[in-house]
Design a protein around this ligand. Structure first.
Ligand SMILES: CC(C)(COP(=O)(O)OP(=O)(O)OC[C@H]1O[C@@H](n2cnc3c(N)ncnc32)[C@H](O)[C@@H]1OP(=O)(O)O)[C@@H](O)C(=O)NCCC(=O)NCCS
Length: 183
């Protein structure tokens, strides 16, 4: 699966993306609202593998985002499935049953504030609501992550629930678009 926007190409992650992910995940500012722990080489390689396994198991996942202009990897954006009772993601555990689909975004600091996250997230939202037939999308956002909330709002999400109380080390709020399924 591959998506294209005006400035970006979204494609499945590859082992060769390692340097770009290491640069991104070893930056304390980038991981500040993603649990706060910077990654080293081992965690980065494992993180790429987990994204690949998510694609294999579920047919959707997070894309590596490449800038068309110079082929540089600028971040990742895409889908992540969650158990809606325990708020554990399919990157961590094999999940089944009814799952929530998150659209998420992380970019390297050098590429913030140019509208890339919004551009990539819109393409993912349109794919999900169109071809993938999803009636609902969520985004899990740590409290205080204003740029991320702005991206959520710009793709049409709004705050649904404060403080999910999953296995998070930070307060995480749920943003969504589309109706919440009865359960
Ligand atoms: C969240 C993130 C992906 C946003 O990426 P981005 O490419 O800068 O996003 P965009 O340029 O599309 O939009 C950013 C918006 O936030 C706003 N913004 C940026 N910094 C801000 C701040 N400190 N306070 C308020 N608004 C801010 C921008 O003005 C822009 O909104 P606007 O278009 O209404 O002006 C990026 O900051 C990031 O990678 N952060 C670290 C990882 C992360 O936290 N990911 C989200 C996990 S839920």
């Amino acid at each position: 699966m591959r998506l294209e926007t005006e400035r970006l190409v979204l494609r499945k992650p590859e082992a060769a993306d390692f340097d770009a992910y290491l640069e991104m995940w070893s930056d304390p500012e980038v991981v500040r609202y993603l649990g706060g722990n910077v990654a080293g080489a081992t965690e980065t390689a494992a993180g790429i593998e987990r994204m690949q396994q998510h694609w294999e198991r579920h047919g959707i996942g997070l894309f590596t985002v490449v800038r068309k202009e110079d082929q540089r990897i600028v971040g990742r954006t895409g889908f992540l499935l969650w158990d809606p009772d325990r708020w554990v993601s399919a990157l961590r555990e094999e999940l089944d049953g009814p799952l929530e689909t998150e659209v998420g975004w992380t970019f390297a600091r050098a590429f913030w504030n140019r509208g890339y996250a919004t551009e990539a997230a819109i393409a993912c939202r349109d794919l999900a609501l169109g071809e993938l037939g999803k009636g609902r999308l969520v985004s899990l956002i740590a409290y205080g992550n204003t740029p991320s909330v702005r991206v959520a709002e710009k793709i049409g999400e709004s705050l649904e629930r404060e403080d999910l109380r999953g296995a998070f080390t930070q307060r995480v709020d749920l943003y969504s678009l589309g109706k919440r399924p009865a359960r």
